[in-house]
Every structure is written in structure tokens, then in C-alpha cells.
Design a protein around this ligand. Structure first.
Ligand code: FES
Length: 153
């Protein structure tokens, strides 16, 4: 076993990550709903915040989530070309690409913000996504920049 593996396992030990998922109403939320009605198993570490469209997600929402105790944030919406409002997801993707680079200035390490497309028909993809994000955040360990934050959850 390598030293890196040992450190990763140590970080993950007993750590239950808190992940905030900002999802659009028309695709990813419906995909999450499908995962639920299909009784698919996925990690219980995610709090879903439903918005009309990913284009509505202000970067401040993401910073507020970290400030409020999130260890990671997931943004997910309709696939390119499928946005209910035509181009909201393209705006979100552009905003996210820039915002992601600025996050380090706010003290948030890479690997704590995730972006994905999940359609209403992709319940399994939603479940897999949540499991994957949870595993990555567990490996990264708790978000340490706001030690008092965990009491808020
Ligand atoms: Fe889903 Fe715009 S409605 S991303």
C-alpha cells in the first residue's frame, strides 16, 4: 500500500461528506426523481436544491453552499441542446468554466465543484453520478476552511 493510499483512506475514515446539488427542474431533478421511483441505491450525502434551469444558478449560490457547510457542490442540468429555456445550460457551462478557476481565490480546492448533464430519463446516471461524486469527496476529506460549518447541518 502506498503512502498516498494510506492518507486517502485516513481522510475518508468516518467522514460523511455533505454535498449540495443545484439541479434544474426539467432534467436532472426529474432524473433524480426517476432514480428514486426506480428504487436505485445511491449515497445519502446529497442535498438537492431545485432551480428552474442551470442558467439560473448564480455563482454566489455555490459560495453560499460552501459557507453553509458543504464539502462539495454539484451543478447538473439538461444535456446541451435539451435546455427547457433553449440556452440556459450553455450560459451555465460558460459561467462555470470561468468560476471554477476563480474558486481557488476563495480558498476552495479543485475537486470540490462538479458539473454534469443528467436527463429526465437517466435515473441510473444520476445514481452513478452521486456515488462517484461522494467517493471523490470522501477521498478529498472534509472542506476545512469553515470549521464551524458542520454544526449547521
Ligand atoms: Fe435544464 Fe435549462 S432547463 S438546464
Amino acid at each position: 500500500m502506498t503512502q498516498a493510499t494510506t492518507q486517502t483512506e485516513t481522510k475518508a475514515e468516518g467522514f460523511e461528506p455533505r454535498i449540495v446539488a443545484f439541479v434544474c427542474n426539467w432534467c436532472t431533478y426529474a432524473g433524480a426523481d426517476l432514480a428514486g421511483t426506480s428504487r436505485l441505491q445511491y449515497a445519502p450525502h446529497v442535498r438537492i436544491v431545485k432551480l428552474p434551469c442551470t442558467g439560473r444558478i448564480d455563482p454566489l449560490f455555490i459560495l453560499k453552499a460552501y459557507e453553509g457547510g458543504a464539502d462539495a457542490v454539484l451543478v447538473s442540468g439538461c444535456h446541451p441542446g435539451d435546455c427547457h429555456y433553449t440556452s440556459g445550460n450553455y450560459h451555465a457551462r460558460r459561467r462555470w468554466t470561468i468560476f471554477r478557476r476563480l474558486l481557488s481565490l476563495a480558498g476552495v480546492e479543485e475537486g470540490r465543484l462538479f458539473f454534469s448533464w443528467v436527463s429526465a430519463a437517466e435515473g441510473q446516471k444520476f445514481a452513478d453520478l452521486i456515488n462517484d461524486v461522494t467517493a471523490q469527496v470522501k477521498a478529498a476529506g472534509p472542506f476545512k476552511h469553515n470549521p464551524a460549518r458542520r454544526q449547521a447541518w
